[in-house]
Design a binder for this molecule. Structure first.
Ligand SMILES: [Zn+2]
Length: 92
């Protein structure tokens, strides 16, 4: 299968790579850019949170720890979504 073809997340019909909506079932397609943004934001929050946790004390440290957890969740979530879609694309 050519790499520049993507499949609808809902009905798995081939759709144009840059299509925002599926021409078959009109499902909104998740953008790979969005996932990258989520992961980058997550990593940034994680790093920033670690710095806050290590360098500060008290409430700021708590906020830093929250950022670490949040950033970790965002990174893993975005990455998992990306992997899921890659797997879905290879199926069939
Ligand atoms: Zn569809």
């Amino acid at each position: 299968m050519p790499r520049d073809r993507v499949r609808c997340v809902e009905c798995h019909e081939p759709i144009p790579k840059d299509a925002r909506f599926c021409p078959h079932c009109e499902t909104v397609q998740p953008s790979p850019l969005l996932d990258v943004g989520v992961v980058v934001t997550g990593v940034f929050a994680f790093v920033f949170g670690v710095i806050l946790t290590v360098m500060t004390i008290g409430t700021t440290r708590l906020a830093g720890f929250t950022l670490v957890v949040l950033g970790f969740g965002l990174s893993v979530g975005g990455y998992t979504r990306y992997i899921d879609r890659q797997a879905g694309r290879r199926r069939r």
